[in-house]
Design a binder for this molecule. Structure first.
Ligand SMILES: NC(=O)c1ccc[n+]([C@@H]2O[C@H](COP(=O)([O-])OP(=O)(O)OC[C@H]3O[C@@H](n4cnc5c(N)ncnc54)[C@H](O)[C@@H]3O)[C@@H](O)[C@H]2O)c1
Length: 430
């Protein structure tokens, strides 16, 4: 090990290492606070001035991170936030947690990773460890980041260190969090990996070293592709069961009694969030550059993306039963967040469902206890209270998100017709 590596190890041991977290969103902020809890000092860096001001004042924009925790860390001098990226010279360890969206053509948009790497490069100094956390295609750390950082004349594994460690945070999950979810680490060199493990060890209960950044990058994409493919499979099974006149939920619940060889996934309105609809496309794109077509990814993506159309057709059928057309009808959408008990609407299939119904001329109202205002693409709506009157006024209700605080018994009692994409309505016992 070189002198800079030894110095970093010592700073992990006595917690004197300073962390810089680039990107203070769903991933970066919980990680930053977990590191302060372990005894490190953390400098948060973000390009969003309003967000930095809010955090510096002890506020929080992330549901899973209570404002009191931020306020306490700020007061104790353990956490501060800035938009001044020149301060990236200060931290010993820099974790990059910036977005990795898709372009309009579903190709990876790594512009945020490139911009963050440029910022790091400008102030890169001997003894810094850089860890990319953003989900991305295999090769990003070595092919995009490494050449940029080595263009400074500093050598990886000797002067500075570079690793990939994918974030697995599951917003709204009260059991598994940044601290107790095992964390994968792959370094460009053996020393890079050892250092990343040592520096994260005080904050994360279990670290899982793998042999390379590419392996670590693929772990994350495999996990999310696994979910996308299995959700796609049960969504197709829902369509199959509908055509056969069989209750898909009965079939799934019965299959789940098998104590081995079956893992329960449930159908729904499609997939949402920043991960499952996007991440598999990163791998599909990478493989296209190697002349290989990832067929499972494409097929699951297609089926999941078609689910809003399927459920809208169900709504149209329920209206038809009443002799009504979609045009001129009122549809109440219950739940618009992409999953239960959170406020995140990114990629939510509810938005597709609303737009498809609006295109057919329906009037949409929605209720979501977590999302008071829905402003996305052409949709601009405010949540209405879930009352007897609202339910009775709707020609059809469609349940899209299964928030645990919604009174589904009330829906069952007062709605004229219901399409239940999540199987949450109370059912008669058999
Ligand atoms: N949200 C999740 O549940 C989740 C879970 C696991 C992994 N991920 C992955 O983690 C990454 C981050 O996702 P997120 O949900 O935290 O995103 P986010 O949009 O919540 O936060 C990203 C933050 O980065 C900031 N930012 C953008 N460019 C920057 C730059 N050049 N310098 C400094 N700050 C910059 C933005 O202002 C924003 O505050 C993505 O790759 C995502 O796929 C997300």
């Amino acid at each position: 090990m070189t002198a800079p590596a030894d110095a970093l190890l010592a700073k992990a041991r006595d917690r004197s290492a300073v962390f810089g977290i680039v990107g203070l969103g769903y991933v970066g902020l919980p990680l930053a606070l977990e590191l302060t809890r372990a005894g490190y000092r953390v400098l948060g860096l973000d390009v969003n001035q309003a967000l930095v001001d809010q955090l510096a004042a002890g506020g929080s924009h992330i549901q899973d991170v209570p404002a009191e925790i931020v306020a306490q860390a700020v007061k104790q001098g353990r956490f501060s936030a800035t938009t001044d990226l020149a301060r990236l010279a200060e931290p010993d360890v820099i974790s990059i947690c910036v977005p990795t969206p898709l372009s309009k053509t579903k190709d990876p948009d790594v512009s945020f990773v490139l911009a963050a790497t440029e910022s790091v490069k400008r102030t890169l100094r001997r003894g810094q460890l850089i860890i990319l956390e953003s989900t991305t295609y295999p090769g990003t750390t070595r092919e995009l980041m490494l050449p940029a950082l080595e263009s400074t004349g500093l050598k990886v594994g000797e002067d500075f260190f570079l690793a990939f460690s994918p974030e697995r945070v599951d917003p709204g999950n009260h059991k598994w969090n940044t601290r107790n979810t095992p964390k994968i680490v792959g370094g460009i060199t053996e020393t890079c990996r050892r250092l990343a493990v040592a520096l994260y060890q005080p904050a994360i209960e279990t670290l899982v070293p793998v042999s390379s950044p590419e392996a670590a990058e693929l772990v994350k994409i495999l996990e999310n592709t696994f979910r996308s493919v299995n959700i796609g499979l049960v969504n197709e099974m829902a369509i199959v069961c509908d055509k056969l006149g069989v209750d898909v939920w009965e079939v799934i619940d019965a299959a789940a009694t098998k104590p081995f060889g079956f893992m329960k996934f449930t159908p729904g309105p499609g997939v949402g969030g920043h991960c499952i609809p996007l991440d598999p496309h990163y791998l599909a794109w990478k493989m296209r550059t190697l002349n290989y077509r990832t067929r499972f990814i494409e097929l699951a993506g297609e089926i999941n993306a078609e689910m809003p159309e399927y459920w809208v057709a169900q709504v149209v059928d329920r209206l038809n039963e009443q002799g009504k057309a979609a045009r001129g009808s009122t549809v109440l959408v219950v739940g618009v967040a992409y999953k239960k008990d959170i406020e995140d609407i990114r990629e939510s299939p509810a938005i597709d469902i609303i737009q498809l119904l609006q295109q057919r001329g329906a009037t949409i109202v929605y209720h979501d206890p977590f999302v008071s205002h829905l402003e996305e693409d052409s949709v601009d709506l405010r949540s209405v209270p879930l009352t007897h009157a609202q339910l009775a006024a709707a020609d059809c209700v469609i349940i899209v998100t299964d928030h645990s605080t919604v009174d589904y018994a009330l829906v069952a009692r007062h709605a004229r017709r219901v399409v239940d994409t999540r199987h949450v309505l109370p059912r008669p016992s058999t």
